[in-house]
Design a protein around this ligand. Sequence first.
Ligand code: PLP
Length: 364
Amino acid sequence: MIPIANPILGDEEIEEVVKVLKSGFIAQGPKVAEFERMFADYVGTKHAVATSNGTTALHIALLAAGIGPGDEVITTPFSFIATANSILYVGAKPIFADIDPKTYNIDPQEIQESVTHRTKTIIPVHLYGQPACMDAISEIARDHDLKVIEDAAQAHGALYKNKKVGSFGDMACFSFYPTKNITTGEGGIITTDNDEMAQIARTLRAHGEKERYEHVVLGYNFRMTDIAASIGIIQLKKLEEFNRKRIENAEYLTEHIGDIDGIEPPFVQENVKHVFHQYTIRVGDDKRVKYIKFLNNEGIGTGIHYPKPIYKQKLYEDLGYRAFCPETEKAAAEVLSIPVHPALRVEDLKEIVQTLEDASGTII
Ligand SMILES: Cc1ncc(COP(=O)(O)O)c(C=O)c1O
């Protein structure tokens, strides 16, 4: 079986975890602080605040941005549900703007049309590892005095005009879930240049504690452990190499499947470094089930990212959402992710290409 994701954890990660276990300091401690420093330096921001996962990072980033009941936050309906749920956690209202059908990222024109007097923040997602259009998004934010929180959960190391994602918004949130470009098991981090927001996020992740047993606001236990951070420190050193391999794999796939009838390979914008968290093709919606069956029967893992616009999830329908974003609906019916992770070998890539060729010849 060639899995759709395969985290690469080596002896170094194991050794670091063992050291932490032997140190007796296994909850949030010096390793978290070291990981935060390294991550902030890597992204090029003043601060990084580590959290228990990417969802909790988004949750406290929104609180640190001052978002709450009565506020609207514009985001994409074509993402993992955590993006929109974080807006609900703080009592604000997600407003869904449609995507660009080529990149699958939020369309700035659609954002522009969704702005109201209640809009406070935009959360663009750098979907599949491809940066959203940060120039246009930043301009809309400037014009309407909005905050921007990047959801960079899938885009560690991606560049937009030679600048790292995670350094554009007021804040940005990353995830270190095992399928991501680097992992800490579970984990997340907020990056920001804003001293005040960083301070609020630090307080909120630890029960609103300013000093020992002095709790000034309603906070949470959203801390990362030193065990997770010690894995992250090693993984971060490997990120550039992991991404290089992902990009090389993606280029191979596009070169070899680009001409197969009925398959549309991913589109990469100019001026970005797409880090291929996912390699997502489009096939006709009537054919997708057949492709999945064919590939899975041949031992090739697949994924659908994502099968439904978020507003069509029961939770959102129950909340009264009746949105209709045509490009998102179409993409949700047609996209199919195939393996691109750095553990793939040349034989695996050849097998994926051959199987897709065979599939397209069989599926009419
Ligand atoms: C776009 C996006 N946002 C947020 C998250 C949430 O991250 P986590 O699973 O670490 O909570 C994920 C990851 O699963 C994601 O892909």
